[in-house]
Design a protein around this ligand. Structure first.
Ligand code: BES
Ligand code: MN
Ligand code: MN
Length: 466
């Protein structure tokens, strides 16, 4: 048994206990009422980094929630790995659908996690995955095997658009200088088939408001004679896709880089069962853009989805009313080379244009971000692949993901470094949903795989000094 494996074996109960401690602090960045908990979580991450042996740890103030920065420099001539993660979590709603309280973690086994999974908000996204890096670092320190320099940047606003991170990165280029960025905040195909995420989608997020009459009206006295904002908004939203589920906003696809036949054939080789996919979601049929497979639709194609829609009377019983206003939150997932600001502008112009004169519309942009695609012919990818091959017994498959981590494109632009996305979650881990969980197997396997990444990365770095 390797030294790392032995150390994990002897310390796994504590590794799990410490993660449960972090999960008990409800660090919901979107909701101000959790402010103290978010700050307490930053402090806890700071303390764990210090305990693991980091020779410099600080809680860096920003206009928003702080960034926990840690650094362990052993030799200026050796490469530096920058680990990024986030300690904030999504709101737990809808609370009623949780089988156990979101901030009281419990371990239960599931079909895909026979060894148990930790159920709590943030278990997979991203406390569990972020904490693997702290434990891997602890192990390398204890076994005296850390082969290079390491920096940690753990933020508290990822789930609300990373605005302060943008601010921080632009002001701290030197402090953050690195040779490769390592992130575990994505997923892999299955516990027997690891994959490395080679692409993330970008994002444009808008909120729309449709106003009809200046007050709510009796739907008998006025119904049929004035525009009902909810009817109008529904119709406008429905018109944003055509019969083939293509998005109808003029210019929306202009900058989309189409995947080549070869890339699509390569993608199709990844193991995937449409039957299991449908079964897991309890749906009779999948749905999406004509001409593309399910895996293409959820990774290499741009999309437009309503995330929330409201207005009028939603209380108990019936109320005959025409609301004055209707609202929706709409997200567009983007692919290279779509520009989030341009797409937001195209959406705004189009949405204003298709509105009937009988209503007024407002489009308010939220956060956005660029898509990211990384090549696999670099030493970071190769090192990650060698690490997975060692611990899983099979090589990892490169795979583009549909999710977004907007700061990855920012890192490339500002820090000029490539990011390696070593995710250990599963799509079925219910991130952002009730009953989020993270496999104990995945957590421990991640801790075991990360030190191997460092080892192989430094080996390859010495062979190919850049
Ligand atoms: N960790 C996720 C992103 C993710 C998950 C990427 C799984 C790939 C696979 C991240 O925390 C997240 O939720 N990102 C948001 C965007 C952000 C701007 C709020 C997303 O993708 O919706
Ligand atoms: Mn995340
Ligand atoms: Mn998330």
């Amino acid at each position: 048994m390797s030294g790392v494996k032995k150390y994990i074996d002897q310390n796994k109960d504590r590794f799990i206990e410490e993660l449960l401690h972090l999960l008990r602090i409800p660090s919901v960045s979107a909701d101000k009422s959790y402010e103290k908990d978010v700050l307490d979580t930053a402090q806890a991450v700071h303390d764990y980094l210090q305990k693991a042996g980091c020779n410099k740890v600080e809680i860096c103030k920003t206009p928003g929630y702080p960034i926990v920065f840690g650094e362990h420099i052993i030799d200026e001539n050796l490469p530096t790995v920058l680990v990024y993660g986030h300690y904030d979590v999504q709101p737990p709603d809808p609370i009623d659908l949780w089988e156990s309280p979101p901030f009281e973690p419990v371990i239960k086994s599931t079909d895909l996690h026979p060894d148990g999974a930790i159920f709590a908000r943030g278990a997979c996204d991203d406390k569990g995955q972020m904490f693997m890096h702290l434990k891997a670092f602890e192990i390398m320190m204890k076994l005296n095997s850390l082969p290079c320099n390491v920096k940690f940047m753990i933020e508290g606003e990822e789930e609300v658009g990373s605005e302060s991170l943008d601010w921080f990165v632009k002001r701290n280029q030197d402090k953050l200088k690195n040779d490769v960025i390592l992130i575990s905040d994505t997923g892999m195909i299955s516990n027997s088939q690891p994959s490395i995420t080679t692409g993330l989608r970008g994002l444009s997020y808008v909120e729309v408001e449709v106003t009809g009459p200046n007050r709510d009206l009796h739907s008998g006295l006025y119904g049929g004679a004035v525009a009902n904002p909810i009817n109008v908004l529904s119709k406008m939203i429905a018109s944003l896709h055509d019969e083939n589920n293509h998005i109808t906003i003029p210019g929306f696809y202009d900058k989309v880089i189409e995947a080549t036949e070869e890339e699509r054939n390569e993608m199709a080789k990844a193991p995937f069962s449409l039957e299991n996919y449908k079964k897991a979601l309890d749906i009779d049929e999948v749905y999406g853009e004509k001409g593309y497979t399910t895996n293409e639709r959820n990774s290499i194609r741009p999309t437009l989805d309503v995330n929330g829609i409201w207005g009028g009377y939603t209380g108990e019983g019936a109320k005959t009313v025409i609301a004055s206003k209707a609202y929706a939150k709409i997200s567009m997932r983007l692919v290279p080379d779509q520009d989030p600001d341009e797409i937001t502008e195209l959406f705004k112009n189009h949405f204003e244009k298709i509105a009937p004169k009988a209503v007024k519309v407002k489009v308010n942009p939220h956060h956005g971000g660029h898509a990211y695609v990384t090549p696999i012919d670099n030493i970071g990818y190769q090192a990650a692949n060698k690490a997975y091959t060692d611990t899983f017994g099979v090589p990892a498959i490169p795979q583009r993901s549909g999710g977004s981590i907007p700061i990855v494109a920012l890192f490339e632009k500002e820090l000029k470094s490539k990011t390696i996305l070593m995710g250990f979650g599963l799509d079925s881990d219910a991130i952002h949903s009730p009953n989020e969980h993270y496999g104990v197997f995945n957590y421990l396997k991640g801790i075991e795989t990360i030190p191997l990444f460092y080892k192989y990365y430094v080996d390859l770095f010495k062979m190919n000094p850049s």
